[in-house]
Design a protein around this ligand. Sequence first.
Ligand code: PLP
Length: 375
Amino acid sequence: MIYLDYAATAPVPRSVADAMYEVLAGQYGNPSSQYSLGTEMKKRVEGWRAAVAAAMGCPAERLFFTSCGTEGDNWSLRAAAWQNRHLGRHIVTTAVEHSAVLETCRQLEQEGYEITRLEPDQDGRITAAQVLEAVRPDTAAVSIMLVNNELGTIYPIEEIAWGLPARNPKTLLHTDAVQGFTAFSAKDLGADLVSVSAHKIGGPKGVGAVYVGPRLRNPRPLLAGGGQEGGLRSGTEATAQIAGFAKAAQLRMERLESDRAWLAELRAYAQERLLAIADMVPVGRGTAPHILAVSLAGWPSQNIVNDLGSQGICISAGSACHQGKPSHVVAALKLPKRTAAGVIRLSFGPETTRADVDACAGALRRHHDSRLPML
Ligand code: PLP
């Protein structure tokens, strides 16, 4: 199998699975228990918290484990809206966020919030000035992703964080950094809330984390109960998941620079190979090294994905989270119909090889040559 869909999820390295197995098999204590099996586990959870916090560039005491990136996005928006409930009911976001943010905004809209959804240009870009101009005296929160999962566009979070106090010193800034992890430091980004997910970096599914910055005073707990996670997210800690998350984060940090260099090289190589195919055009101007969006203009993307899938080559038609529905991200680019119809995403990880890219490019060329365009 040739896997080119790392933005959907990543394979779990053996050492991550081993770290999880060790906990599942032998270290089954509940961190809240008072005997040594529990107190030892509590210490280990704090060690894993420190490891993930180091990868996120934030203090461990401000990092809280969640069950996934979606949960972190939901919680962040709700926490920011709650803190600023007396300030106003306006939220600024973009039309190209992950549905975890967009759907939470839709819920908030039903509860009386006004949502400004900023539109990108045809290249997928949204500027800091565009975001800052949309901020008003009643803006409770701004939520802008760090890296777009379909286009690889990097949004200027640092610049937004820098300019925000002049527009409204109380507005809180959230960034969904799921696709940017581990290539940033929460401290440098300057956002008040940063959400990430383990399974995009070779950790297990079902665990994520949120950095909650000091401007969040008495944040509203996500789940009420036994008081775990500093009382903010009750529920017995998913110890094996957290152990795997920490191990994956450590592995990524150890190889951060070499992985980034390899991904950038691979992406440039893939771009060159793919754009040599007739009717293949670039989509967006994303610069994240692990995501490449292109379009086989006129060839419906779902057919391409199915054809390649039948040959054991995994790529995606936009985001895996859309389950075959047209992507709101592609729609927001307002591309010509034939281009929009053929958008595919290749995404890479440290294990991806040039041979994987060659196999994919070959299959795409055959797909192009053997079928008439449908549009
Ligand atoms: N945000 C972005 C940008 C994503 O790409 C994803 C997953 O695809 C999520 C949030 C959701 O993360 P999770 O699958 O952990 O809920």
